[in-house]
Design a binder for this molecule. Structure first.
Ligand SMILES: Nc1ncnc2c1ncn2[C@@H]1O[C@H](COP(=O)(O)OP(=O)(O)O)[C@@H](O)[C@H]1O
Ligand SMILES: [Mg+2]
Length: 484
């Protein structure tokens, strides 16, 4: 049967409700605050940038998908005033949108329970202001990484394990819009002409976007979330990544200004480890950091942070890590900290380490400490024609004191697995000494790795330095404790 009571014009229908609410709750403007007077153009919202085109159309998959709710969503969007939406505080906006949802649901006789009502309002707000279906994942503090492989495949890393989650985007366009919003927030564009972008979210999380045709299965986003509370040694110990004695060894290494490289695979915790070690740098020192995307969270008062710049769309204006390390050397640093060595800057890093900026640190992508050394050699080789392999090797040996290997192990735990000192060189062979090394001995029934640390008997080549800083005894005691 046809609807015998066609809904009244929306504004008329709402007026008494809003009036009453406004009187009841003076500092809480009613939903009217975000409702347009006339039937609005959806396009206006999209033009104002407040709403993505996809948000206007329908629910992100994985959200509420009942046909009547999809209609309700479109109706809500059509009633919202872009300017009001853009000026309201997000928390306020959610309350307003929830009221609007509730009122419209009543008006249209759509049955919504409280949870659905709240969810629909949240989805609307997330799509208008945030990153749509990604928002809940960004808020979830147990998640470190978010990986979107096209609209239907979203994975997260939680407690060291990759798992797929039931989050979906409506289609390629919906996902592409969110990619574009991320890029726009850092003043970049991402489209077929420039399909790769690195960006940072407001909360400091790092994002990489790569679009089709380069990414074959749809727009692809990788997010490394910025942890709000930096992980310190105390936490690393509680996670089982370190023992207190190992923490002590690393602390001493940082305190007595050894040049340190943290080595490991992607996401193994290199940056986290370097961050944690940096706590032991004296507050009186001037530190210059060089990063591709600033993620270090140093606590010292005297810090200069430098960040590389990719070339513009016209291919101009690039400033790479090498340029910045060279510049850093002219800034009277006490220590230089390089987020990660990946290329030509390796040469300049060695220069820094060899010219009085001891206590410098960096990370490198390598499978073990020996591999880390040969990778540095290769990087230097490629950037400095003319130096003989032997000369390069001698430079590396003179510069780097200690390599700390971190690993994400198959039980999901991250662990310091090896600390190697570069003791010297004989002919062309570097003399490496594993100060200690993790050896796996077995697994618990639940798959947790068990093992022990084996400690070297060789006297450290930097014993004199330990003595100079009055830390030799402490070092030896910590070593003895690691083994016990
Ligand atoms: N020991 C650890 N235990 C648990 N989580 C860790 C640990 N180390 C790092 N993480 C988390 O793992 C993610 C990757 O760490 P990060 O230090 O950025 O890795 P990398 O620099 O090796 O790529 C981050 O989200 C970080 O918070
Ligand atoms: Mg890193």
């Amino acid at each position: 049967m046809a609807d015998q009571h066609p809904p009244e014009p929306p504004n008329h229908a709402h007026a008494p409700v809003f009036g009453r609410r406004a009187r009841e709750d003076q500092d809480a403007p009613a939903a009217a605050a975000i409702v347009v007077a006339e039937r609005p153009g959806l396009a206006e919202l999209a033009n104002a940038g407040a709403v993505s085109a996809a948000a206007l159309a329908a629910a992100p998959g994985g959200g509420l998908a009942r046909a009547e709710i999809v209609d309700l969503r479109a109706l809500c969007l059509s009633k919202m005033d872009a300017t009001a939406v853009a000026t309201l505080h997000p928390g306020r906006l959610l309350i307003e949108v929830e009221r609007l949802v509730s009122d419209l649901a009543t008006e249209r006789r759509v049955q919504l329970n409280g949870r659905e009502q709240r969810q629909l309002a949240t989805e609307l707000v997330d799509d208008m202001l945030g990153l749509g279906p990604l928002e809940p994942l960004l808020l979830d503090e147990s998640i470190n990484d978010i990986m979107v492989n096209g609209p239907d495949h979203v994975f997260v890393e939680r407690a060291g394990k990759l798992v797929q989650v039931q989050v979906r985007f409506r289609d390629w366009q919906h996902l592409t819009n969110i990619c574009q919003r991320i890029a726009a927030s850092v003043g970049r564009r991402v489209d077929e002409a420039s399909p790769m972008v690195d960006a940072r979210l407001k909360d400091g999380s790092r994002v990489n976007i790569i679009l089709p045709p380069l990414a074959l299965d749809g727009p692809t986003i990788s997010i490394r979330k910025f942890s709000k509370k930096p992980i310190d040694f105390q936490k690393l110990i509680s996670y089982g990544s370190l023992t207190p004695a190992i923490a002590r060894i690393l602390e001493i290494a940082a305190r007595c200004r050894l040049n340190i490289i943290v080595s490991g695979g992607t996401g193994s915790g290199k940056t986290t480890m370097m961050n944690a070690m940096s706590r032991f740098i004296d507050t009186a020192e001037r530190i210059v950091t060089v990063e591709d995307a600033a993620e270090l969270q140093l606590q010292q008062p005297h810090i200069v942070r430098l960040e590389t710049r990719p070339p513009s769309l016209e291919g101009k204006g690039e400033v790479n890590a090498r340029d910045l390390v060279r510049n850093a050397l002219r800034m009277r640093p006490d220590r230089i900290i390089i987020g990660e060595v990946r290329g030509a800057e390796a040469f300049d890093m060695l220069q820094a380490m060899n010219t009085g900026h001891d206590g410098s640190m960096s990370t490198i992508h390598a499978n073990n400490t020996r591999d880390a050394l040969s990778r540095i050699e290769n990087m230097v080789q490629m950037s400095s024609m003319g130096l003989s392999p032997k000369a390069i090797r001698m430079q590396v040996v003179a510069a780097v004191n200690v390599i700390v290997q971190v690993e994400r192990q198959r039980d999901g735990g991250r662990r310091v697995t090896q600390v190697t000192e570069i003791a010297g060189i004989e002919g062309e062979t570097q003399l490496l000494n594993d100060i200690f090394k993790f050896e796996m001995t077995g697994e618990t029934p639940t798959g947790k790795i068990i093992g022990r640390y084996v400690v070297s008997r060789i006297r450290s080549s930097f014993t004199e330095r330990l003595q100079y800083f009055g830390l030799e005894r402490s070092w030896n005691e910590a070593l003895a404790e690691i083994e016990s």
